[in-house]
Design a protein around this ligand. Structure first.
Ligand code: F6P
Length: 500
């Protein structure tokens, strides 16, 4: 089987050098790389089709072909789309129509063979798949990753502000492309049931796909990279990370408490992640304070409770709230915060603190999927996690609990959840065991790749791809020509978005 991933934005390089350096080089790169490698391990030939970027800031993205070490069946194929330099994803739309899709067709025709199926990622990959499929009849799966209508919702648009938002983010192209992608795909792949039933049910997608039609959807969660996060994995900097954690605890935590279990929070300093609720829970519970220290891992700030360093204004606001609680509840000597840089070091720190019966806490107000707690569980930590979003599916199955779910808006409930897990060394160990087993059973990239392949095989077996009765949405002129005079107008966007 020969499968091509469509990922025009961002880029891929064998050393993953630029992950997170730009908003377009985010989680989608990790996801696509891992699924592609796992599909190749299952015997497929895989191409990751992306955009060629000839830009001195990212010299690795200039070549047409690349490969990951030890994965001869995965090709990274970079093809031109518009000008050679880097373009943020919002600006790619006309270039996909005019150049990228024709270049993909020319590339495979020159090789003498088209792939068996495409798998499209994000609205821009989706648009490319729609055009390729219209030309060749090859079916595709669509994985949205993030849908534009929800992003627009968060900006609280009014008919008066929509034009400005559209100028910046090109929502008109994005929403029309997403509608076409979910409508014409053989199957839409989501990470959670909630994503399918809530996000795809947004009024802006009405008439594009029936979210209750099981032929059109598959829930396939992403996986944990066990090469990094498994209890038995070892990072190159394992010992150095352990020494760093010990040194930071010695800096921040009172003598006599430094070997206690830790309640670990590791996420961006963003108000949505609700570090404050976790700290308030700890502040109001003498029982928790007696049993454990509270430890915040921050991406790059070495001493964030005392020094803002190069924190952004938004991060400073979060830190100011945290410091006020530490001060008021006199938690100095019980709370620590320091930088742990990069995934291997993070995993090493988790493993080190897991040995003393520590707990990973994510009390975000809403977490769409929640990969971070699953990574922590793989590394041996017990989990106390927000009940809002994906964790309600990953950590609970009927009455079976794989971690404790808490109401992030209620510090007392967070404190109760932590106390349940920390009740005894045996309870911590039992939750840690269950969480890890859950990851091994359900959340590995191998499982994700198997899920994709099962869907693709089903689609290839079934000539109408389970689409009988589905009416194709028409292709706007802009997506045929890519010419400015055909552009989708803000009026068209307003009609779509504000329809009720
Ligand atoms: O990297 C993950 C991801 O969801 C990408 O798919 C996308 O580039 C970005 O994050 C989110 O994009 P947006 O903010 O435009 O929804």
């Amino acid at each position: 089987m020969h499968i091509a991933f469509l990922n025009p934005q961002g880029n891929f390089d064998p050393a993953d050098r630029y992950w997170t350096e730009h908003p377009d080089f985010g989680g989608q790169l990790v996801y696509v790389k891992q699924v592609a490698l796992a599909m190749a391990d299952l015997g497929c030939r895989v191409d990751i089709l992306t955009r060629q970027i000839v830009d001195p800031a990212w010299p690795e993205f200039a070549g047409t072909f690349d490969a990951y070490p030890g994965a001869p069946n995965v090709r990274i194929v970079r093809l031109p789309a518009g000008p050679p330099d880097f373009l943020r994803k919002e600006l790619l739309w006309p270039h996909l129509v005019r150049d990228w899709v024709p270049n993909i067709l020319a590339f495979y025709r020159a090789e003498g063979r088209l792939p068996d199926a495409f798998t499209a990622h994000y609205g821009d990959g989706g648009l490319a798949a729609v055009l390729l499929s219209a030309e060749t009849g090859i079916p595709f799966t669509f994985t949205a990753h993030s849908l534009g209508a929800q992003k627009l919702d968060k900006m609280h648009p009014t008919p008066g502000t929509l034009a400005d938002l559209n100028d910046q983010y090109h929502f008109a192209e994005r929403l029309f492309a997403e509608r076409l992608s979910m409508n014409r795909s053989a199957v839409n792949i989501t990470s959670t049931v909630q994503e399918r039933l809530e996000q795809y049910a947004h009024p802006a997608y009405r008439g594009a796909v029936d979210v209750h039609d099981d032929r059109r959807f598959a829930v396939i969660p992403p996986g944990v990279n066990l090469a990094i996060f498994d209890v038995d994995a070892r990072a190159d900097n394992e010992a150095a990370t352990q020494a760093h954690v010990r040194a930071m605890l010695a800096r921040d935590i009172a003598e006599g408490r430094r070997d206690l279990p830790a309640i670990i929070a590791s996420s961006r300093l963003d108000p949505k992640k609700n570090h404050l609720g976790l700290l308030q829970a700890y502040a109001q519970s003498p029982e928790l304070q007696a049993k454990a220290n509270l430890v915040f891992f921050t991406g790059a700030l070495p001493d964030p409770l005392r020094d803002d360093g190069n924190a952004s204004a938004a991060e400073r606001a979060v830190l100011a709230d945290l410091r006020a609680v530490v001060e008021q509840a006199n938690l100095w000597g019980k709370v620590s915060a320091f930088a742990v840089g990069g995934q291997p070091a993070l995993a090493a720190a988790y493993r080190f603190l897991a040995q003393r019966g520590s707990v990973f806490a994510l009390t975000a107000l809403y977490e769409p999927f929640g990969l971070a707690p699953l990574e922590a569980a793989a590394a041996g930590l017990a989990l106390v996690v927000t009940q809002n979003g994906g964790p309600s599916e990953s950590l609970r199955d009927g009455q079976t609990e794989y971690g404790v779910l808490v109401d992030p808006g209620d510090p007392a409930d967070i404190a109760r959840g932590l106390a349940r897990v920390l009740a005894s060394p045996e309870t911590v160990a039992e939750y840690a065991r269950r969480g890890r087993q859950r990851v091994l059973d359900r959340y590995t990239w191998e499982r994700t790749a198997q899920g994709y392949l099962a869907q693709i095989e089903r689609v290839l077996r079934d000539p109408d791809h389970g689409r009988a009765g589905v009416v194709d949405l028409p292709l706007p002129r802009y997506f045929q020509s890519g010419q400015t005079e055909d552009a989708i107008s803000v009026g068209d966007l307003a009609m779509l978005y504000f329809q009720k």
